[in-house]
Design a protein around this ligand. Sequence first.
Ligand SMILES: [Zn+2]
Length: 628
Amino acid sequence: MVQLTFSAARPEPPVLYAREELTRYLTRMLAGATAAIEVELDVQPPPHPAPGWDAALDDWFHVQARPGRIAVTGSNARSVLLGAYRLLHHLGCRFLMPGRRHEAVPALRPEDLRADLQEAAACRHRGVCIEGADSLENILDFIDWLPKIGCNSFFVQHLEPEAFLQNWYAHKYNPLLAPAPRSEAELQRMYRQIDAAIARRGLLHHRAGHGWTCKAIGFEHVCAKLPAPTGAQRPLLAEVDGRREFWQGVPSNTNLCYSNPAARRAFVQSVADYAGAHPEVDYLHVWLADEYNNICECDACRRTTLSDQYVGLLNEIDAELTRRGLGTRIAFLLYQELLWPPEHAVLEHPERFTLMFAPISRTFERSYADHGALPPLPAFRRNRIRLPETVEENLAFLRAWQERCRVDAFVYDYPLGRAHYGDLGYCAIARVIAQDIGALPELGLNGYCSCQELRAALPNAWPNYVMGRMLWDRTLDPQALQEEYFTALYGPGAAEARDALERLSALSSADYFNGIGPRQDAALAARFRRAADAAEVLRALAAEKQTLCTDLHKIAWQLLDYHAGYCRLMVEALAALAQGEENRAQQQWNAVMDHIRRHEMEFQPYLDVYRVLEVATKYTGFTLDMPR
Ligand SMILES: [Zn+2]
C-alpha cells in the first residue's frame, strides 16, 4: 500500500496538478510495496536568480527526495510541475511521445526514492506552435507531453484553432475517411478544453499571429476564400498593381494599407479588444498578412517601409493597452518583408515586446552553429523580395534588427513544420535541432518555439524529445540523449534501430522535400535509390523485432515496420522526381498517397497525412489528385 500525504498544498492549479501527477506515477511505480511518503510542494524564488530573472516566465526548481519524503520547490507554480516531472525522469520514467501509452514507467523500491536536483532552465522560451490537422485528443496529448520533456509554452495559432481541428475532422485530403466537420458549438467546447489544459499546467499561453488584418476589416476569425471586398472594406486594403482586392481571394493573406488611419485604428482596436477579453493569454502575437510581395503600393505607403509601419502599429497598440491598463505581452514577427529592419521607427516601450525571428525559408541541412560570415542585407525592393535561404542570409537580418532593438527574443523555427518529411530517419533533423539550440545564446536568442505538426512521430518523436530536453539543459550530450531515447523506446534492439534510421537520414534530404534546390538532381536521385535498400533493411529488422517484444517496444517496432513501407514507396517517388521522370514520379507519388490514406486511422497519432500531402504538392513538386 502506497500512501502520499501532501502538506499545506499551494492553491495554484499547476501545483495541484503536480500533486495529482506525482500520486498517479508513484503509486504505479511503487505498486506492491508498502510506503508512506510525505510530499511538500512549494513556490519560492531561486536563491541566486540570474540577471533579468522574471519570476512568472523563468523556471527553476529544487527537488529533494529520500525514502518517505519528497520536497519540490519551484520558482513559480509551473516550475513545481516541471520539477515533479524531472523527479519522475530521474527515477527512470521516460516520456517518449505524446500520449500516455508512449511512456516507460519502471517499478521503484521505496528505498530507492532519492534525488537532489537544483536546476534552472537554459532558455526562457521553450514551446511548440500548432500546425497541421489535429483531433482534440492529438492537441491535448501534446499539451500534456510538453512539461514532461521540459517545455513551458504552447502556442494556439489564430484567434481560435478552428482550421487545425477542421483539417482533421473534415479529413482534408483523405477521401477514404468520411468527413465529420464539427459544429460551431462543438468547436467552442474544444477550444475551451484546450485553454483549460494549458492553464492547468501553467504553460505560457501564446495566441493568434496572423488574422488581425482580417479582424480589422470586420471578420470574426481568420477567413478563407471570398470573392471580393465590400465597399467599406476596399479602401482599407493594400493597393497592389493598382487594385485593392483580397490577395488571391484570401482575406487572411491580404495586407492592409497601413498608412490609412482608419485601417490602423481598426487594427489597433482589434488587438486591444482581444487582449482585454483574454487575460489568459500571456503572449499575444501581432503579425501581418501571411504572404509576401503583396504590400501596399500607394503613394503614402511607398514613402516608408513595411517594418517602419509595423513598428508604428506596435507602438500604437502598446499605447492603447496601457490606456486600458492591460499588461499583455506582445510578440512581433521577423518574417518575409519584416526581415528588413525599420529605417526610422523604434519601439517606445520595448519591455512589452518580444521579438520572434522566423526564418521560414532556411535550410535544415545546416545549423546556426555552423554559420560563416554574415553577408550584407540585400536592398529592400517593394513587392520584389526574394526570401533568404542560407543560414547566413537569415542571421544577417536578425543581427540587423538586434542592432536597432534590444528586446527579449526567441526563434520561431520550422524543422518539424515541413522539412522533417524529407529526413526519413529523423536523425539528421534532430541533430540540427540540437546544434541550433546550442547556438541560441551566441545569437542573442532566449529560446525556441517550434512551429510544427503535432502528429510528427514517424518514425519516432526523437526530434521533439531532444528539442525539449536541450532547451531545458543545453549542456546535455545529444548523443547520450539519443541513446537514452532509443533504449527506452526500442529496448534491446535500440542500436540496430538507430543505425537503420541514421542510414535513412544519410540517404534522404530535408531540403529537397522542402522545395530548396533544383528539382532535377542525378546525384540525389541515386541517393534516393540507395535509400530504398536501407528501407528494406529496416523492414526486415522491424519484422523480426516486433515479434520478440511487448507493450511500448512493440508499438515502437510496429511503427518502424510501417515507416519502412512508407519510406520504400516515398523514395521511389523522390528518385523518379529527381531523375526528371515526371510521369513515373507522379505514378509513384500516387502510390504513396494511396498507402498513407488507407492506413491513416491505424497510425493517426504519428503521421499527419493532410500535411505530408500539402507539403509534397506545394513544395516538393508532386501533384495533388484533388482540389485544395
Ligand atoms: Zn497604402
